[in-house]
Write a protein that binds this ligand. Structure first.
Ligand code: NAD
Length: 346
């Protein structure tokens, strides 16, 4: 029997970077919420991301299910059995470079998987579904900023697969009047990020005295968002957002090169000794600039972290959790891909 204050949440992709941070956030904030985590455990998923949660072992409010969001029988069975109040979809193939060399799983998970989820949301009348989308769908924004109604111009297969999902979710909002919401986040950083992404790669390579590959001239601009700020935004949207809404969530703008210099400074290393430039990725975007005015005005969200001041804490997390990232970096899935990346092979 579920009490009024209790909610049953299905988090898909909860063993990845943002999903696992979101589970920590919700688990600690709402003792009455029951969390189900459905994740396929691809190279990017790590069940150990939940190890630090208090009393997680044998917990009656956190359950892990290994499975695929494309599997209609499995997902339909879960919807029927648990009657979730909210479904939040983080599951995705998320690395742009990997989508350039082989995009099959990107379209399968990021598009077909999302279609499967919302078709089942319709069938089982789930009261709230949140699709985690990205600012990459807007493509290059040379001047100004992109509001939620800015046209989509995805530049790479990852962004295109996310834009396709975004559109199918919008079509279900309008045609089927389903209670769906879309959240478009900018580049996140924080604990538990897979170490092939820029910030954890820079931190861990510097700790290992290894060089840091930088795409192109490193002047690509992104609006860096601390994952905890993103989790707070998703929580607000989940509990207070209006059905059929789309919200951008964004942090502060800085270049990739500047990020590497800032991390090196925190670790007291000379960036010039470590940086080397590799070919820019084909179709590489220079700037993303999502405008987060709507969520600020409607829901009162604003970021609590600024990358300039809080990078030091993130570096501290990787310093204190060496075993976590060393275990990933030892695996073939990491090593093989990293070698390709260094040779700019797509
Ligand atoms: N990382 C960012 O900066 C960022 C920014 C904005 C939006 N996003 C979006 O946020 C979401 C989460 O991103 P992330 O960085 O945590 O990604 P991630 O790659 O770290 O995690 C993705 C998770 O999804 C799981 N997964 C993959 N395919 C699956 C499938 N078919 N069924 C079930 N689980 C599957 C993986 O095992 C992994 O645990 C993605 O949808 C991404 O597009 C990410």
């Amino acid at each position: 029997m579920i009490k009024n204050s209790q909610k049953k949440l299905l988090i898909t992709g909860g063993a990845g970077f943002i999903g696992s941070n979101f589970i920590h956030f919700i688990y600690n904030k709402y003792p009455n919420y029951i969390i189900y985590n459905l994740d396929l455990l691809t190279y990017a998923g790590n069940i150990r991301n939940m190890d630090n949660l208090k009393d997680i072992k044998g917990s009656k409010r956190y359950f892990f299910i290994k499975g695929d969001i494309c599997d209609a029988k499995l997902v339909g069975g879960l919807f029927k059995k648990h009657k979730f109040d909210i479904v939040v979809n983080f599951a995705a193939e998320s690395h742009v470079d990997r989508s350039i060399s082989n995009d099959y799983h990107f379209f399968r998970t990021n598009f077909t998987g999302v279609h499967n989820l919302i078709a089942l949301v319709r069938k089982y009348a789930i009261p709230r579904f949140i699709q985690i989308s990205t600012d990459e769908i807007y493509g290059d924004v040379h001047k100004g900023a992109s509001g939620e109604s800015h046209p989509m111009h995805p530049s790479n297969p990852y962004a295109a697969s996310k834009a396709a999902a975004d559109l199918v979710v919008q079509s279900y909002m309008r045609t089927h009047k389903l209670p769906l919401l879309i959240v478009r986040g900018s580049n996140n950083y924080g604990p538990y990020q897979y170490p092939e992404k820029l910030i954890p790669l820079t931190i861990t390579n510097l700790l290992e005295d290894k060089k840091i590959p930088i795409h192109g001239d490193g002047q690509q601009l992104r609006r860096w968002l601390h994952v905890e700020d993103f989790c707070r935004a998703i929580d607000l949207i989940m509990n207070k957002g209006k059905d059929f809404s789309i919200y951008n969530v964004a942090g502060s703008e800085t270049s990739n090169l500047n990020i590497v210099i800032m991390v090196a400074k925190v670790l007291k290393k000379d960036p010039k000794k470590f940086i080397f430039f590799i070919n820019d990725r084909p179709g590489g975007d220079r700037r993303y600039a999502p405008d987060a005015t709507k969520i600020k005005k409607e829901l009162g969200w604003s970021p609590q972290y600024h990358i300039k001041n809080h990078l030091v804490n993130v570096v501290g997390w990787y310093l204190n959790n060496e075993q976590w990232w060393q275990d990933i970096k030892k695996k073939q899935a990491f090593k093989a891909y990293y070698k390709k990346q260094l040779r700019s092979e797509y």
